[in-house]
Design a protein around this ligand. Structure first.
Ligand SMILES: Nc1ncnc2c1ncn2[C@@H]1O[C@H](COP(=O)(O)OP(=O)(O)OP(=O)(O)O)[C@@H](O)[C@H]1O
Ligand SMILES: [Mg+2]
Length: 212
């Protein structure tokens, strides 16, 4: 479908331009939904994820760069590294889960807002939080946010181009890492999405490992 749509030149049939534009948008959306559903079923099959060492310093920096690119510089984005542990898990899956939270923060925070990416860890556990000063979510929606296709306001979400599968993917990725998602939010003030990991998922940094 993408291929055929790309072959049609809007200049040749100007009166169909808006229709063509809509068709292209919808076909992109369908592709995204199919990809997200495939990701979900792969995660539900309880794949064995490779246990890798993930450095939070570089991960936070990569996420910060993604947020800046996605928001085209409209937000103030900061990172806070408040723990020295590395994380044990699948780099690919965890990065994709955190990216989901970051893209939500960017999309649901108006220009000029602040987004903070924070890693905190102690020996008994760690948490990666994505904190925004965006539109927030009222409390009745919070328990349902990680359901498939659940979106707070369909019209507003459609404008921002999501599928409503992002947070269910996040939940599954975290489950596979024996971690969970904590959400707190206040309408008009902002939201915090925290990924909470147990001690088994934390690693001493390489330089310190084995030190007395
Ligand atoms: N940081 C946030 N601030 C305000 N609302 C949010 C935030 N993150 C998520 N939401 C709400 O939760 C809903 C579900 O989020 P989810 O990431 O699952 O879907 P989505 O962003 O609409 O689509 P996508 O599948 O592309 O991620 C969103 O539609 C939005 O209404
Ligand atoms: Mg999303």
């Amino acid at each position: 479908m993408h291929g055929y749509l790309d072959m049609i030149e809007p200049e040749q049939i100007p009166e169909y331009e808006p229709i063509l534009h809509e068709l292209r948008n919808q076909s992109r959306r369908m592709t995204q939904i199919v990809e997200d559903l495939l990701t979900l079923s792969r995660l539900e099959a309880h794949v064995d994820l490779p246990p890798e060492r993930i450095s939070l310093r570089s991960l936070l920096e990569a996420l910060r760069r993604e947020a800046v690119a996605l928001g085209q510089g409209a937000h103030v984005i900061t990172t806070e590294l408040l723990g020295h542990h590395d994380l044990l898990g699948s780099t690919k899956e965890l990065h994709s889960a955190f990216s989901n939270l970051v893209s939500n923060a960017v999309r649901y925070t108006p220009a000029g807002g602040r987004i903070t990416l924070r890693w905190e860890s102690e020996d008994n556990g760690g948490r990666l939080s994505v904190i925004d000063t965006g539109q927030g979510i009222s409390s009745q929606h919070l328990p349902r946010l990680t359901e498939r296709f659940y979106r707070v306001s369909t019209s507003r979400s459609r404008e921002t181009g999501g599928t409503g599968l992002g947070l269910s993917i996040v939940k599954h990725v975290l489950q596979l890492h024996h971690a969970h998602l904590e959400i707190s939010s206040e309408p008009g003030v902002g939201s915090t999405f925290a990924c909470v990991f147990g001690p088994a998922q934390l690693l001493e940094p390489l330089a310190l490992a084995g030190a007395p």
